[in-house]
Every structure is written in structure tokens, then in C-alpha cells.
Design a protein around this ligand. Structure first.
Ligand code: SF4
Length: 251
């Protein structure tokens, strides 16, 4: 049965040709961006922090930053692509440190809720013929039994309210949780925009979740019916891993 992640669906919306490179031709991304390395390393650090918190251990800021540095060095390669002018790898490393410092300061001692799962993969049937898969950064439970789906963003752009309300990613995660545990009560969707030390929290109604599901099925139907995958040139091409082999980028 074909399965779709939010990022796979988003890739098609961004550029059908990029979708073809990645998911039909299955060409491994030839390069890794510094933004991806930053995001992955910060996620590792927060997973470590909450993994320890589940065991009743509080991670000091020094330990968190040391872990971040070790993971950064382990995964870093000088071949990583840096697009933004006047930035270097150190710019991103320092940004990651600042994000973790702010997060540690804001949420210490990390007992606002009880962590149930960390970086947990899920797969659920959105129809009889298609599945949705994803990874929830942190699933937590409040004292009143309601759940929280947390997602960490390392982007340097803060979305506005309408973008948050129209975002399908965490809504699909909520649908997955409700599929797994149909008796679940309230669920909050929480984005942590770490570069801004900002937490954005919303809830969805059953009707809104139904709309997300319907739109997602519509998008999947368009992808599965597609017979051509045109290029879609936008400023995001600068960050595209396939820029070097893209026909639209040939001079
Ligand atoms: S470089 Fe731009 S047009 Fe080409 S595949 Fe990537 S996103 Fe699409």
C-alpha cells in the first residue's frame, strides 16, 4: 500500500519535478543542507533532554550544549550547502546553541507535562488504499488527561496565524493518534519555533480534521493520477538538493 508523509506531500506541492527525483526515481539527495543538519542535531538534543526527563533526570544546560556540540561534529561535513549570504557553518552552530539555551531557560525543569513518546514513528490508513506515515517529535500527557503533540522547528521564518491554522502536518498527526486511541479527549497541537523562543498552540475541531483528511486525499489522488511532473521554479530552488541535476537550472 503506498504511504505518504507530510514532507512527501509538501514536496509535490513545492515542485512536482523534485517529487519525481526524490520519490519516483528514488535519487538519494546528493547534498545535505546546513539547515537540515541544524534541525536534525537540535532534535537529537531535545530527544536526549526529554528521554532523561522521563527517567526523572534533569539535563543541565552545560550537558545539553555539550551533547549538541558532539552530535554537530559527528554529523557535520564541509561539503554541506550553505545558501544564505554572509553565513558560515558557525552561524548555524551558534544559532542551534542559542535555541537550546532559550528552550532550557523557558522550560526548565521540563515537568510541564508527562512525555509518553519521543520521535515515535506512526503509520495509519487514511483510506483503504493509502497510508500516512510520520514521526511525532514528542507526545505528552497533561494532568487532566489531555494530550499534546509537540513539534520543533528550527526555521528562521515565523509563520503567521493563518499558515499555522492551514498547516496539515500536526493535524495529520492528531488524526493518527485518534485512529490509534479513539477514546482520546482533547489534543493540543504545539509548535516550538525555537529561533524565536516561541510556542504556538492550537486545537482542531472534528470538522477541521475532516477537512484536512479530505484535502489530503484530494492531493494524493492528484499525485497518483499525475502523468507529468513539471518543474516549479521558486526562490526555494536555492535550497533544492536536486538543483545541480534539474533541467530548469541548466544555463
Ligand atoms: S531546482 Fe527548483 S525546479 Fe528544479 S527540481 Fe528543485 S525545486 Fe524543482
Amino acid at each position: 500500500m503506498p504511504s505518504y508523509s507530510h514532507s512527501k506531500l509538501q514536496t509535490y506541492q513545492q515542485c512536482p519535478q523534485k517529487y519525481k527525483f526524490r520519490y519516483i526515481d528514488e535519487i538519494p539527495p546528493p547534498i545535505r543542507s546546513i539547515e537540515l543538519h541544524l534541525g536534525t542535531t537540535v532534535h537529537f538534543a531535545l530527544e536526549k533532554l526529554y528521554g532523561r526527563a522521563r527517567l526523572g533526570q534533569i539535563t543541565s544546560l552545560d550537558d545539553l550544549l555539550k551533547f549538541f556540540r558532539d552530535k554537530w561534529d559527528e554529523g557535520y561535513s564541509p561539503q554541506m550547502r550553505i545558501v544564505r549570504a554572509k553565513t558560515t557553518a558557525s552561524t548555524y552552530f551558534d544559532l542551534g546553541r542559542q535555541m537550546l539555551k532559550d528552550y532550557h531557560w523557558t522550560f526548565y525543569p521540563f515537568k510541564q507535562s508527562t512525555t509518553l513518546e519521543l520521535e515515535e514513528k506512526f503509520l495509519f490508513p487514511i483510506s483503504e488504499g493509502q497510508e500516512i506515515r510520520g514521526i511525532i517529535d514528542r507526545l505528552a500527557k497533561n494532568a487532566d488527561g489531555t494530550l499534546e503533540i509537540h513539534d520543533y522547528k528550527t526555521s528562521r521564518r515565523l509563520p503567521d496565524s493563518s499558515q499555522i491554522h492551514n498547516d496539515a502536518q500536526l493535524a495529520l498527526y492528531e488524526i493518527a493518534i485518534r485512529h490509534r486511541w479513539p477514546e482520546t479527549g482533547g489534543i493540543s497541537l504545539i509548535w516550538h519555533y525555537l529561533a524565536f523562543d516561541k510556542e504556538i498552540k492550537i486545537t482542531k475541531t472534528a470538522a477541521q480534521l475532516e477537512t484536512v483528511k479530505r484535502n489530503t486525499l484530494g492531493l494524493i489522488a492528484r499525485i497518483e493520477a499525475a502523468t507529468s511532473f513539471p518543474v516549479q521554479v521558486t526562490p526555494l530552488c536555492n535550497w533544492c538538493e536536486y538543483k545541480e541535476i534539474c533541467p530548469a537550472m541548466k544555463k
